[in-house]
Ligand binder design. Structure first.
Ligand code: LMR
Length: 395
């Protein structure tokens, strides 16, 4: 049976991790996979997470099955974190299930949408997260793209995006990034969100929002602006969220999938289908990550601690953006990289060719995705000069 297979290339993002680990150059820099790193290059366990784990260790009473929805407390706390005091909560129109990471949420949501309309078309931004297309195709959706990032001008192709979305009909789905667009770092501003929401209302396409970085852009509420506005105005919507980055829980695999129905009855019907999708893929989600997050979010003290730790992570990434731009200027680079300062979240494109990306890897042990997407958290005071010098050389 296995003889029918041919080998596939390694994942464009995760494949870099192995290469980086095997590189013996002491100056190597990892700007590949999107994980937060502190100044010493470590991805730390947050103090609030440690405290929550200690609490669970002494207080957990059973390991019995939890069911396809996962922990009700986690689901409620996540719903409030995402939507705040929103009418979709008071109107009982939103249903949230715990999922194995944000990717699990995306896959469950995609399978759910495939159950609504087999083979439905989903429109994704050009570019989008490298895993979106494969994941949606595997769930049976048809993937098409709308214009988004202007590589030449390092800006948003907003007029082209709106023109493309104007032709999207009521049986189609449109995937939007809530904040910290992966891979470009180029987000919609509030006025642009208002226009996209108006179009969704008019054309009745189904918005599907991926929120993997709440709190990494401008703040927890600011980053949820588009999500909350969309939910305020449309009848139906799907949302995938992740606790990998903002709680630093990467390997625990915890995220959430939320669906909003037009009324209580239709939300209940949709939820029954969602639960059957979950049962058919992994039966029920792992509990540990959800237990950590619900312990933090339901404790005033741990929640405050989490806000503070999240703020440190966000500020460090924003500081790194300026650090890189300033160092490129100090190295005498004449090309304008100022756009890196205005983009949001973990990523920006450096804007060099795949050959130059390869050269940075081969000659300087600097790792980034082929598209020149950099994970900004990998920059530090210690490596920025070497990074800027190396970029200057390959330019
Ligand atoms: C990334 O884009 O680097 C992260 O979301 C990690 C991943 O799974 O690709």
């Amino acid at each position: 049976m296995f003889g029918y297979l041919s080998a596939l290339p390694s994942d464009p993002i995760l494949g870099l991790l192995a290469k980086y680990r095997n590189d013996e150059n002491p100056n190597k820099i990892d700007l590949g996979v999107g994980v937060y790193k502190d100044e010493s290059g470590i991805t730390p366990i947050l103090d609030c997470v440690k405290a929550a784990e200690n609490f669970r260790f002494t207080n957990e009473e059973t390991k019995v099955y939890i069911g396809p929805t996962g922990s009700p407390l986690f689901n409620d706390e996540m719903t409030k974190l995402i939507f705040a005091e929103h009418k979709v909560i008071s109107e009982h129109r939103v249903r949230t299930v715990s999922t194995p990471g944000g990717t699990g949420a995306l896959r469950v949501a995609a399978e759910f949408l495939s159950s609504c309309k087999p083979g439905a078309t989903i429109w994704v931004s050009d570019p989008t997260w490298a895993n979106h297309t494969g994941l949606f195709t595997a769930a049976g959706l048809t993937v098409k793209t709308y214009p988004y990032y202007d590589y030449e001008n390092k800006s948003l192709k907003f007029a082209e995006m709106m023109a493309a979305l104007a032709n999207v009909g009521k049986d189609d789905i449109v995937l939007l990034h809530a904040c910290c667009h992966n891979p470009s770092g180029m987000d919609l501003n509030q006025q642009q969100w208002q226009q996209v929401v108006a179009l969704a209302v008019e054309n009745k396409f189904t918005p599907f929002i991926d929120m993997a970085y709440q709190g990494f852009g401008d703040g927890l509420d600011e980053d949820a602006y588009g999500v909350r506005l969309m939910a305020e105005n449309v009848e139906e919507m799907v949302l995938a969220s992740s606790c990998s980055k903002n709680f630093g829980l990467y390997r625990e695999r915890i995220g959430a999938c939320s669906i909003i129905g037009k009324d209580v009855a239709s939300a209940d019907i949709a939820n029954s289908v969602l639960l059957s999708v979950v049962r058919g893929i992994y039966s029920m989600p792992p509990a540990h990550g959800a237990a950590i997050v619900e312990t933090i979010l339901s404790s005033d003290e741990l929640r405050q601690q989490w806000f503070a730790e999240l703020t440190v992570m966000r500020n460090r990434i924003n500081g790194n953006r300026k650090l890189l731009v300033d160092n490129l200027i100090s190295q005498g680079v004449s090309r304008d990289f100022g756009f890196i300062n205005t983009q949001k979240g973990m990523f920006s494109f450096l804007g060099i060719s795949p050959e130059q990306v390869q050269q940075l890897q081969d000659d300087y042990s600097i790792y980034m995705v082929d598209s020149s997407r950099m994970s900004i958290a990998g920059i530090s005071d210690d490596n920025v000069e070497y990074l800027a010098q190396s970029i200057a050389k390959i330019l």
